[in-house]
Design a protein around this ligand. Structure first.
Ligand SMILES: *Cc1c(COP(=O)(O)O)cnc(C)c1O
Length: 474
């Protein structure tokens, strides 16, 4: 600050920039004496080309792309100019500044206790699914029969795995997400026609995404029946007519209506629709394949089909614990109609999703169902083990009981008992912005790191992240 102002003053006083008579040099601030200048780190900012040519940075450039490395080089040059980094430490500083991958998405430890957290990418994939994605990422036989050398059906193996897991389904297709599945169904069965839907099921899923608006955007007309809290079979019957494209049931995933309520179960609706030719479509949302031993209120694909739904729709990245996907299962003729519809081509999934879905279904139990099944004693023991490491380092930490949730719009009323590591409130933010970001939450003026949503294999990383924050303070 000061030297720059002094320079301006002196130069102005002398009336000529650049050439300062030798006899006046003693008037200049020390930074402007030629001797001092040679020590000024700003004079030694390594050139961009020189840095990029360093073998370590050239290697990083091959891995991450030259543009990302160049960005990091420029940031470090700025820090050298500011005297923050020594010129000869520039390469190390660039290496430390480089992102771990060419994507800016970073792995985050989810210590929110919300197992399926939409802001944190919903379901963490199983190791088997990650490997399958890597294997399928290059050129792969997604649509080629290697035996005959001819074109084969796309994603056949993932579909077969789905049908094995849900034997009540005759056929299935996979689209980008459950919203895409709804859009496809509404377009193929309801465009220019009516979709019959109970008023109590006009659901907003989250972030302003409203199912009725999505349905209407396809050109289907909504025929709302019943009231917010009650709908009867007769309401559905009265709504049927020559224009009816389908009857839709949407699971109110993220809320419950209590008190004087009534809904019509799938089995009753299906019985009433028998012989009318009107398909019954049920959006169950959560993606449970079978009834869950603990989440008794969550509908599942197998039971809903067995109860008589013609099509069921669900997300792949909620309780199923797989990749983002929309699953459509049910009657073969209806599935075929959807597959043939031009819109299907715009909604179909890529090879990596198919690979991850198949591995989720056939491989070991993925993290989401594992986390759901974790017992309280195990969670408490993990919390105590993490706390022991932190207390050893002098951190004010203790284990507490803490409830958690399924999340992702599932089982809203189902609290899951669990355990958390309790820390002073000041930990929350530095943990979130740390090298290995950890997202916890504040409760009663403490930072809680809830272990139900953390894979047990990451407990050491969690403790390391807390230790790193504490170390930076001392
Ligand atoms: C979550 C949910 C959706 C939306 O699913 P996406 O896979 O996020 O598109 C639709 N319907 C219900 C009932 C849901 O719970």
């Amino acid at each position: 600050m000061a030297p720059a102002a002094s320079k301006a003053d002196v130069v102005e006083h002398l009336g000529q920039a650049g050439s300062i008579p030798v006899r006046l040099r003693h008037l200049l601030p020390p930074a402007y004496s030629p001797e001092a200048m040679s020590d000024d780190p700003r004079r030694h900012v390594p050139r961009t080309d020189t840095l990029l040519a360093d073998p370590r940075l050239a290697g990083a450039g091959e891995r991450l792309g030259r543009a990302l490395v160049k960005d990091a080089v420029q940031r470090v040059q700025q820090r050298v100019r500011g005297g923050e980094v020594a010129p000869d430490a520039a390469v190390e500083a660039v290496l430390a500044d480089l992102p771990p991958t060419a994507s800016s998405l970073r792995p985050v430890l989810n210590a929110t206790g919300v197992i399926v957290h939409t802001n944190l990418g919903r379901a963490p994939l199983s190791g088997a699914a990650v490997e399958a994605i890597t294997a399928a990422a290059g050129t792969t036989d997604v649509e080629l029969d290697l035996g005959t050398g001819r074109r084969g059906p796309r994603g056949e193996a993932a579909i077969a795995a789905l049908l094995e897991a849900v034997p009540a389904a005759e056929a299935a297709i996979v689209v980008n997400n459950c919203a895409a599945a709804l859009a496809l169904v509404a377009t193929a069965l309801g465009q220019g026609r009516e979709l019959v839907l109970a008023r109590g099921e006009l659901v907003e899923i989250g972030d302003g995404f409203r199912i009725p608006e999505l349905l209407q955007s396809t050109g289907a007309r909504l025929r709302e029946v019943g009231t917010t809290n009650r709908v009867a079979l007769a309401d559905y019957r009265d709504a049927l007519g020559p224009d009816t494209g389908a009857v839709l049931k949407v699971h109110p995933s993220n809320f419950v209506v209590r008190g004087f309520t009534r809904a019509v179960p799938v089995a009753e609706l299906s019985e009433a629709l028998a012989g009318t030719g009107v398909p019954l479509v049920a959006d169950v949302g959560s993606g449970l394949l079978r009834p869950h031993p603990v989440l008794s209120d969550e509908p599942d694909l197998q039971t809903t089909l067995a109860d008589g739904a013609d099509l069921v729709l669900a997300s792949g990245d909620k309780l199923l614990g797989g990749p983002q996907a929309g699953l459509v299962l049910g009657r073969a003729d209806l599935v075929q109609r959807l597959r043939r519809h031009p819109l299907y081509r715009a909604l179909r999934v890529d090879k990596t999703t198919l690979a991850a879905l198949e591995a989720t279904l056939r491989g070991p139990r993925p993290p989401v169902p594992e986390m759901l099944a974790a017992d309280v004693d195990g969670l408490r023991a993990r919390a105590r083990a993490v706390v022991a490491r932190l207390v050893d380092a002098g951190i004010d930490a203790f284990a507490v009981d803490a409830g958690s949730r399924v999340g992702g719009g599932g089982a809203p009323e189902h609290p899951l008992p669990g355990a958390a590591v309790s820390l002073p409130p000041g930990f929350a933010e530095p943990l979130r912005v740390g090298v290995r970001p950890v997202v916890g939450y504040l409760e009663d003026d403490r930072t809680l790191l809830n272990l139900r949503s953390v894979p047990p294999s990451a407990d050491d990383d969690l403790a390391d992240a807390v230790l790193a924050v504490a170390a930076a303070w001392t």
